[in-house]
Design a protein around this ligand. Sequence first.
Ligand code: NAD
Length: 254
Amino acid sequence: MKNLEGKVAIVTGAGRGIGQQIAKVLAERGAKVAVVDLKPEWCAETVGIVEAAGSEVLALGCNVAVSAEVDACVKDVIAKFGKVDIMVNNAGITKDGLLMRMSDEDWDAVIDVNLKGTFLFTRAVARPMMKNKNADGTAAGGSIVNLASVVGIMGNAGQANYTASKGGVIALTKTTAKELGSRNIRCNAVAPGFIQSKMTDVLSDEVKKAYMDTIPLKRFGTALDIAKCVAFLVSPEAEYITGQIISVNGGMIG
Ligand SMILES: NC(=O)c1ccc[n+]([C@@H]2O[C@H](COP(=O)([O-])OP(=O)(O)OC[C@H]3O[C@@H](n4cnc5c(N)ncnc54)[C@H](O)[C@@H]3O)[C@@H](O)[C@H]2O)c1
């Protein structure tokens, strides 16, 4: 299925995990992909994967929490590919701890990357997306997908900073959809449940079993489960979907 042919995508946190898989699936569907991580060399493996999928790729180093770096990154993408159609705000971190013991630094770090980073890239791509035109001169707009989390909906003990950041991402997604809808820019979020990844590998077997007990489909999710949902949301198939939070969690919450 090459339903993203001619599109240009930016994926943050693309060096590994869910972001890497998103870059792969978007490339397989025909999009050119700018893969962004803290250091460009961290994207070396992803570059190979996108190229193997037969697409063009640009690797960029950028801290999503730093405004000037984000603006420069979007400029570099436009210099190379001429436009931005798809923005996937995937970069995210955790710094878990009970809230009574959580340091200001751990609070700020997680909010800065997960929430502010999503805001900064959304702001930076909004104007370029507004300039995108269809062949008949109508607004082609663009599509933004933010990575939220099931715990941004439910809350989770030990993750005050992370859950607040993801709850913020959900509200930001809805606001972005309202502000930019008239320019044909759609914005949705994917809220993954428990996804096998470096972020969740560190959890104890006991915690993993407790999660499994809550999943009706009786398996943990994969990065591919998330990437397929992102690819749908940015495709023409989803052209009337905006402001939505799509849970991809094996039925973890109703
Ligand atoms: N893994 C899960 O179970 C799960 C569940 C719900 C939501 N999510 C969300 O999905 C997204 C991806 O998660 P993952 O499991 O692949 O994480 P991961 O830790 O494997 O990968 C995150 C990537 O983001 C990059 N990154 C971190 N800080 C950055 C910054 N300041 N600027 C640029 N890049 C930065 C990292 O270098 C890394 O390559 C995150 O937003 C996460 O919160 C994951």
